[in-house]
Every structure is written in C-alpha cells, then in structure tokens.
Design a protein around this ligand. Structure first.
Ligand code: LLP
Length: 402
C-alpha cells in the first residue's frame, strides 16, 4: 500500500500552520526512490533528482541522504545543491540557452555540465579544449510527454542539438579535441510508454560510436506518476528490463560498458506533496456551484497552465453527500482548479487538499495579485517541521527601491 498522509494528519497541519500550505511527506519520497533502485539493481544506473521540481533545502538534504545525485537547470539551482551539501561531482547542470559565462561559472564550481547548443560547444572547446569532460544534450526528434508544453524532444523543440546536426557536433569536437563524457536526451515529462525511452536509446546508438571517450548515456527524466485514482505510472521495472536488453544486444563499440543516468523529478516528489487550502466562499450560480479557496494560480499553476488534473478532497467533511462543484481561486483572473468536480459537500471553512502537489507546485508559485506565497511543511518520522515560513507583507516590498 502506497504511503499517504491521512485526512486527520493533514487537517492538524493546516490547523497548526495555517492555510494555504504545502506539505511534503519524506516516507513517500523514500518509497519512490526505493522503487527506482530496486528496478535498476542489475544495471549500472545513477539517478539525478531533477530539483527544478522542488528545491527547498530541506528536501534537497533529505534526498541527498537517500542516495541520488542532483540535476540542475540553472546556476542558482547548482548553488542551492552545493548549499544543501551535494559535492560538485554529484551535481549535474543540464543547461539550455544560457550565456557562456554561466557555463564557465559551473566549470569553476566543478560540476558536471551538459551543453545544448553548437554555439556554446564551440566556445567551450575554444577555451577549455580537452581539459574538462562535458556532456552534449541532443534533440532526438521524438514526440513524447503528457502535454505539448512539457514535450521537449520533438523536432520543433528548442532543447538540445538536433540529431541531424551530428556531423557539425563531431567537427567541433574534433577541432578542439573536446572530451565528451556523456550524451543526453530528455524527451518530455509524464512519459507513460517505456518505448519512448527505447526509441531514444536507439537514436543514441547510432551516435555513440563517434565519441571514443564516452562513458555515460543520460536519458533525462519524465517518468509518469498517477494523478487520478486508478491512474497508471511508468512501468519502471519494464523500463529497466528493456534498458538491460538493449545494452546487452548493442555492446558499446569501445568495448566499455556505458553507465545510464536518469533525472527523475516528478517521480520522486510529485506524490509526496499535498497542498491544503481553505474554502473562503461558496457561490451558487446557474452555471455552477463555485467553491473559492484561499489560493489560485499564484500558488498552484499546473491546472491552468497544462490543463493538469489534480485530485481534490474535502478533508474536513469526508462523509458529506457528494455534489458537483467548480473549484476556483481568489485571483482576479479566471483561475479554475477544476470544473464539475465531485466532492463531499463543501462548506465555507472546509479544508480542500490538492494531491500530487510536490512537483512543480510551490516551485512555480508567484506573488501575482500581490498575494503571499504559502508556507511549506516537511513530515519526517512522524514529526512536522516548518521548512518555509509563509510570506509576510514586507516580502512584497523587499527589493523595491522606494
Ligand atoms: N531533466 C531535464 C533536462 C528536464 O528538463 C526535466 C524537466 C527533468 C529532467 C525532470 O522531468 P520530470 O521527471 O519531472 O518529468 N512544470 C511542468 C514540468 C516541466 C518539466 C521540465 N523539465 C509540470 O508541472 O508538469
């Protein structure tokens, strides 16, 4: 049985710390990580937690203690990972579209770097030659992922160097004798079908022989987790089996076994997270019964931005008769969390919980409408700890020059 926090535990947290509040359960993160290492126990695999999903230092430190490395998407995420205690060799910086100066900064910090443009590859080669191993992010021209906005490997995507430019990559690499340690692809988020990864590996198999110092192929993140009841997740056991089979039937031309890296974000932290809101107002109209909570897309933007489905439950009236509601926020824009959703009867003051709120929840929040960002609470070994205090009014003025 998968680990979940009970309604009572969640309601107690909301009573103690107020709403809106993000809550993260350590046990669930551990459960997910264990699934990964168990599935891949017979493969030389390293996991890098894609920390863009959730970067609270307490979460980074907890994940570090479990064992994975960390994948970053900006120099500041690299610095946060260092701050959390990850040594540079356990930090991967998969850059995209960044200024070369940021790549130089990452090199100075000693972290692993994936470069995603010919332009930065050229600059890197010119300046550093063979002295510092790097990875290359490729665009494999594969359409994958749960929504077009989170598909990153297709042929109109800005990410990576298109595979059809492999000749140009080779010529830059040869020109400067660049040390290519890994080839990277990340095709999207919420990839249910493991054959997408198989296709990615097959694309890479054609390119691998060109890089004689290659040690790693990095297949990015994107494992799907269940969002709805009875929803499925990526079958990682099947994926591990297919990865093993592929590598067994395509030995690396150099004769050296390649290590496989993955960068899971959602898989590790989506389900550990709960976002608790309080019902401000119930409004009966001919179109719908609107339930307005003390939040909006300033706190959880996924439903509005990606049409993402987040399960919602009324944890303070779980036995109430079921009715149909539209759950909306209090932002001065249309900020619908859910249309026509069946919930146990909702009363003003009830707590509504949004599930799967760990990944890209708080992390994508803002101060829009000059509202305050929520608090974050971490639950570990039965103890609750406030890991970010709720914004206060002064935070809105903090960087303004008056
Ligand atoms: N590696 C790279 C290079 C990535 O760009 C990403 C996510 C990941 C790993 C982790 O992907 P995951 O395992 O979390 O699916 N905000 C969107 C998701 C954007 C993902 C961006 N890149 C959402 O809330 O659905």
């Amino acid at each position: 049985m998968s680990k979940v926090l009970s309604n009572t535990e969640l309601a107690n947290i909301a009573d103690e710390f107020g709403t809106p509040v993000y809550v993260y359960d350590a046990e669930k993160i551990k459960e997910q990580y264990n699934k990964l290492i168990t599935a891949f126990k017979n493969t030389d695999t390293v996991f890098f937690y894609a920390c863009k999903a959730l970067t609270n230092i307490n979460i980074l430190q907890y994940i570090k203690s479990l064992g994975p490395n960390v994948d970053c998407s900006s120099i500041n995420e690299v610095k946060l990972a260092l701050h959390a205690g990850f040594p540079p060799e356990r930090i991967l910086y998969t850059s995209n579209g960044i200024a070369f100066s940021e790549i130089e900064e990452a090199k100075d910090l000693g972290v692993i770097i994936n470069i995603d443009s010919l332009s930065n590859l050229e600059k890197f080669g010119k300046k550093f030659g063979h002295s510092y191993p790097i990875g290359i992010r490729l665009r494999p021209n594969i359409m994958a992922g749960g929504h077009i906005k989170i598909s990153t490997g297709h042929e109109k995507s800005k990410f990576g160097i298109p595979v059809e430019q492999t000749d140009q990559i080779i010529s830059v690499v040869d020109k400067y004798n660049i040390y290519i340690n890994d080839l990277h692809i990340h095709t999207g988020s919420e990839i249910e079908n493991v054959d997408v990864f198989v296709k990615g590996i097959e694309v890479l198999f054609d390119i691998i022989p060109h890089f004689r110092e290659l040690k790693v192929i990095d297949l990015g993140g994107g494992f799907k987790v269940p969002y709805q009841k009875d929803d499925t997740e990526t079958d990682i056991n099947l994926l591990a089996q297919k990865v093993n089979e592929l590598f067994a039937s395509h030995p690396n031309p150099g004769g050296r076994p390649l290590q496989v890296w993955f960068e899971p974000g959602k898989f590790l932290v989506s389900e550990c997270g709960y976002f608790i809101t309080k019902v401000n107002v119930i409004k009966e109209t001919t179109a719908a019964t609107f339930v307005s909570v003390d939040s909006g897309f300033n706190h959880l933007i996924r439903p509005m931005f990606y049409d993402a489905y987040h399960r919602i439950q009324n944890i303070t009236n779980p036995g109430g008769a079921e009715k149909i509601y539209s759950v909306v926020g209090n932002i001065c824009e249309t900020d619908t969390f859910a249309w026509d959703r069946k919930l146990n009867e909702v009363r003003e003051g009830d707590y509504l919980v949004f599930y799967n709120a760990g990944a890209y929840g708080f992390q994508m929040s803002s101060n829009y409408n000059s509202r305050l960002k929520p608090a974050e609470v971490f639950v570990e070994n039965g103890k609750t700890k406030l890991i970010r205090q709720r914004d206060v009014f002064e935070d809105l003025l903090k960087n303004q020059i008056i």
